[in-house]
Design a protein around this ligand. Sequence first.
Ligand SMILES: Nc1nc2c(ncn2[C@@H]2O[C@H](COP(=O)(O)OP(=O)(O)OP(=O)(O)O)[C@@H](O)[C@H]2O)c(=O)[nH]1
Ligand SMILES: [Mg+2]
Length: 295
Amino acid sequence: MIKCGLIGIVGRPNVGKSTLLNQILDQKISITSRKPQTTRYQILGIRSEDAEQMIFVDTPGWQHAPKNRMNRLMNRQVKQALSEVDFIIMIADCRGWVKEDEEVAKMVLASGVPAMMLLNKQDLIKDKKELLPLIASFTQKDYAFSEFVPFCARTGKNISVVLDQACRHLPERPFMFPKDQVTDRPERFLAAEIIREKIMHFLGDEIPYTTSVVIDDFEELEDITNILATVWVERESQKPIVIGKKGSLLKRIASDARVDIEKMLQNKVFLKIWVKTKKGWLDNSDALKTIGMTD
Ligand SMILES: Nc1nc2c(ncn2[C@@H]2O[C@H](COP(=O)(O)OP(=O)(O)OP(=O)(O)O)[C@@H](O)[C@H]2O)c(=O)[nH]1
Ligand SMILES: [Mg+2]
């Protein structure tokens, strides 16, 4: 019997969804950062065994009040994923349950899809017993979760609990992807994401949310891949911040991104990054289309 299905990973921003996906695949497909709203796109991570193919859907973190068109499109991708999958893994931070968690839990229930909940980052609490009141409060509620599992996506310990549950809910269906494929996203997209991850890492708390990365050229030669990329910023005044003194910050972003892209491509990379002001792109549907965000 051949089984294949989609498993959605949902939750509010910053709870560890992309970290879980990378653990499941044992490689980095989806970028992560300590700042919320890192993931902007649905990304598939595919794990194939002999007779089962699990297609995990990483989603953007659910936002209570999205501020611009891009954030609304991010929320829409969460809803879309919930309507398409065979099983749902909701992730929450075990240190606290907030409004967005409640909203996601309600959407999961409304979807009618079987689901489990991971209470992630349990390494950050001293004693697992601290979770008991939270878990007890869940049982009073009308949620859709078959299990509440204390978890640590950072180490991936007990990941078999997650995989077993996901596997159990796969429908009988032929594989949707070749057995050796790990994601639906092309390398060009992943390269842009890696650059965005470095921007999230190096720049303060505001600018990463007003930037995006476009790959202008991606030329794969036998012994080197040449990549030209542009970072969009929203205001002219943000340009020098991204570039840094005498270009120092942009150099660090490019250099760290290059190392990761080389690892991914298993090839030498030449990477040149430009910075360009694109006013109002977060609410401009044509600009959002350019970076692959459409209705
Ligand atoms: N201590 C600890 N940190 C974790 C764990 N899982 C994830 N993190 C960290 O939490 C931060 C957010 O992780 P992500 O995987 O980017 O979270 P996300 O849910 O995908 O976030 P968005 O894409 O913004 O919605 C990162 O700094 C991770 O390293 C965990 O089990 N323990
Ligand atoms: Mg993410």
